[in-house]
Design a protein around this ligand. Structure first.
Ligand code: SIN
Ligand code: FE2
Length: 217
C-alpha cells in the first residue's frame, strides 16, 4: 500500500498520519512494548551510562546521550561521528536488543520502508527545559535508509521542516509510545524538539527519552 496517498490511515490498529513526503507519525506504535523498552533501557544504561557530550565547538549539550548497537553516535572536539567503542569506557556499545530491532523494522515497514536494518540506536534523555535545536541527520553513510524515532515518557513538541533550514515547519505533539519515521524525499529534512515542559510520567518520571534508529555504516 502506498501510504502517501492518504493523510491518515489505520494500520494494525495504529493511526499513521502523514507529516510530509515519506514522513509519518505513528501514534502509540510502541506503547504495547513500554515495560520491555523501559527494562531494556535500564540494562543498557548500566553498561553505558547517559553522558553530556560536547559539540565540536566545545559547548556542553543539554540533552544526555548514550547508544546501543554496532556503532554509536558521538560528538566531541573532533566532530560528529559514529564509532564502535563507547569513548567513556572504551568498550563496545551494548548490543541492540532484538525487541528494539523489530520495533524499528516494523515501524519503518508501516511507513513504507521495507527491510530497514538499523545498526545504531542513539538514546537521548531530555530533562525538563532541554531541547534539541533544528538539525539534519547526515552523519550516516547511506541516506536510502530511513530514520525511526521512538518517543517515551513526557510529551514534547516535535518540529519537522524541509530540506532547507528556512523551509516551512510542521509542529507535532509527540506522546509516550509515538514513533516518527522519515526517509526518501524527507531523509534530510531539518527537525528538532522544543524545550521539554515539566510533568510526571508513570514510567519515565520527569524525563522524555527518545530512541533514534539509523543505518549508520
Ligand atoms: C533527534 O533528532 O536526534 C531526536 C529527536 C527527538 O528527540 O524526537
Ligand atoms: Fe535528529
Amino acid at each position: 500500500m502506498n501510504l502517501d496517498l492518504f493523510s491518515s490511515v489505520i494500520k494494525d490498529g495504529n493511526v499513521a498520519t502523514h507529516i510530509s513526503d515519506q514522513a509519518w507519525h505513528l501514534e502509540g506504535f510502541a506503547t504495547a512494548l513500554e515495560i520491555q523498552l523501559r527494562d531494556l533501557l535500564r540494562s543498557i544504561i548500566k553498561q553505558a551510562p547517559f553522558r553530556q557530550m560536547k559539540t565540536p565547538g566545545g559547548q556542553l549539550m543539554s540533552v544526555k546521550m548514550t547508544n546501543c548497537g554496532e556503532v554509536g553516535w558521538v560528538s566531541d572536539h573532533l566532530g560528529y561521528r559514529y564509532q564502535t567503542l563507547d569513548p567513556v569506557s572504551n568498550l563496545p556499545w551494548p548490543a541492540m536488543p532484538e525487541e528494539f530491532k523489530s520495533l524499528a523494522k516494523n515501524a519503518a515497514a508501516t511507513a513504507g520502508f521495507e527491510n530497514f536494518k538499523p545498526d545504531a540506536c542513539l538514546i537521548n534523555l531530555y530533562p525538563v527545559g532541554t531541547r534539541l535545536s533544528l538539525h539534519q541527520d547526515k552523519d550516516e553513510i547511506d541516506f536510502d535508509q530511513p530514520i525511526v524515532s521512538v518517543s517515551l515518557g513526557l510529551p514534547v513538541t516535535f518540529v519537522f521542516g524541509g530540506l532547507e533550514r528556512s523551509s516551512p515547519q510542521t509542529k507535532i505533539k509527540l506522546h509516550h509510545g509515538d514513533v516518527v519515521v522519515w526517509g526518501g524525499k524527507s531523509r534530510l529534512a531539518f527537525h528538532g524538539v522544543l524545550p521539554l515542559e515539566a510533568g510526571e510520567h508513570e514510567l519515565f518520571s520527569h524525563y522524555r527519552v527518545n530512541l533514534t534508529f539509523r543505518k549508520a555504516i
